[in-house]
Design a protein around this ligand. Structure first.
Ligand code: GFB
Length: 296
C-alpha cells in the first residue's frame, strides 16, 4: 500500500527512473540478493517502505516473524545503502514504537520512555532498531539517512484479509458484507474504546516526498493528522458511508491494544507539511476503490 502510493507520488512529480521490486521478485531478507540488487541498480534515493506488517491479531500471533523479517529487511537495506553510497534514505517505522502509556499527543522525544504495548512489541522493537540504525550510520559515517514514524495508515491497496488486516479495512469489509447479505450484526473486536489516528496513504506519500526534499537530521519525524477517533465511532462512520443499519457488537475475547496513540505532528508541520485528506472523504474513497477492485 505504501510503496504503491510512493510510486504514484513520484510519478506525479515527474520522476521516471523509479526502481521497484516487490517481495515476489526478490527476498529483502536475503543479504546477498539485496547487495546484488544495489550493485545492479545503484539507487541514489531509497524509500524503505518494505516491511512485514499486519493488524493487532497478526502482530500478536506471529511475533517471531514480525521481529526477524523486519530486522533482516532493515539491516540489509540500510547497510547496503551505506556501502553503495546512497545519497539519501528514508526509513518508515510506525507509531507503535512509543510506550503503551505515552503522554498524549506523543512527541518524538518520548521514544524508549516506558514499556511497549505487548500486542506489537516485536514489530516495535524491529522499527526502533531501524531508527537507531539510521541514527548511528548518520553519526558514524555521515550518511543522510532519516526516519519517519507514520500513524495508522489506510488507503487503496490495503489488505482486506480479516485475519491479518488492520481495523479500517476489516470494518469496511465486515460492514459491507453484512449489508449485502442482509445480516443484522457486525462484530467489532475489543471494547471499541481505544482511540486511533488515521492517515490516508496518499498524504503519507506526499509527506515522505516532502521530508526527502526538506529534512536531514537524526531525530525521527512523526507522520499523522493530529486527530484521532474512538474505534466505536469509526465503526459508526463506516456504517453511515456503507449504508448499513444493523448493530455493532463487541468481541471481548479480542485485545484492545494500546488505549491511545495520537501523534504530536508539530515537527512535521514546522517542516512545512500538513495532511489534506480528511477521514470521512478518505474512507469514502477507499470504499469506492475496494468495490471497484472487488477486494470486499
Ligand atoms: O488496526 P489494528 O489492528 O491495530 O486495531 P493497532 C486497532 C483497534 O481496532 C484495536 C480494534 O483496538 C482492535 O481491537 N478492532 C475492532 C479491530 N475491530 C477490529 C477488526 O475487525 N480488526 C482489527 N484488526 N482490529 C497495529 C499494530 O496496532 O497497528 C502494528 O499491531 C502497527 O504494530 C499498526 O503499529 C499500525 O493500532 O492496535
Amino acid at each position: 500500500m505504501v510503496g504503491s502510493a510512493l510510486v504514484r507520488k513520484l510519478n506525479a512529480e515527474g520522476y521516471r527512473n523509479i526502481v521497484v521490486r516487490d517481495s515476489k521478485e526478490f527476498d529483502l531478507r536475503n543479504q546477498q540478493a539485496v547487495n546484488t540488487f544495489f550493485d545492479a541498480e545503484k539507487p541514489e534515493y531509497v524509500f524503505l517502505a518494505a516491511a512485514k506488517v499486519g493488524g493487532i491479531h497478526a502482530n500478536n500471533t506471529f511475533p517471531a516473524e514480525f521481529l526477524y523479517d523486519n530486522l533482516m529487511i532493515e539491516t540489509n537495506i540500510i547497510h547496503a545503502s551505506y556501502m553503495h553510497k546512497v545519497k539519501k534514505l528514508l526509513f518508515l517505522g510506525s507509531s507503535c514504537i512509543y510506550p503503551k502509556f505515552a503522554k498524549q499527543p506523543i512527541k518524538e522525544e518520548y521514544l524508549l520512555d516506558g514499556y511497549l504495548e505487548p500486542t506489537n512489541e516485536a514489530y516495535a522493537i524491529a522499527k526502533i532498531t531501524g531508527i537507531e540504525l539510521c541514527k548511528f550510520y548518520r553519526r558514524q559515517y555521515g550518511c543522510d539517512f532519516i526516519s519517519a514514524m507514520p500513524t495508522n495508515l489506510y488507503g487503496p491497496g490495503d489488505n482486506f484479509n480479516l485475519e491479518i488486516s488492520h481495523v479500517m479495512p476489516a470494518l469496511i469489509r465486515k460492514i459491507y458484507v453484512a449489508k449485502v447479505s442482509g445480516e443484522k450484526e457486525v462484530v467489532m473486536w475489543g471494547t471499541g474504546t481505544p482511540r486511533r489516528e488515521f492517515m490516508h496513504v496518499d498524504d503519507l506519500a506526499a509527506a515522505c516526498y516532502h521530508l526527502m526534499e526538506k529534512y536531514s537530521a537524526e531525530l525521527h519525524v512523526n507522520m499523522g493528522t493530529g486527530e484521532d477517533i474512538e474505534i466505536g465511532e469509526l465503526a459508526k462512520l463506516i456504517k453511515e458511508i456503507v449504508g448499513f443499519e444493523g448493530e455493532i457488537v463487541n468481541d471481548l475475547t479480542k485485545p484492545d491494544g494500546t488505549p491511545r496513540k495520537l501523534l504530536d505532528v508539530s515537527l512535521l508541520n514546522s517542516i512545512g507539511f500538513e495532511h489534506k485528506i480528511e477521514l470521512k472523504e478518505g474512507i469514502q474513497a477507499v470504499y469506492s476503490w475496494a468495490i471497484e477492485n472487488r477486494v470486499l
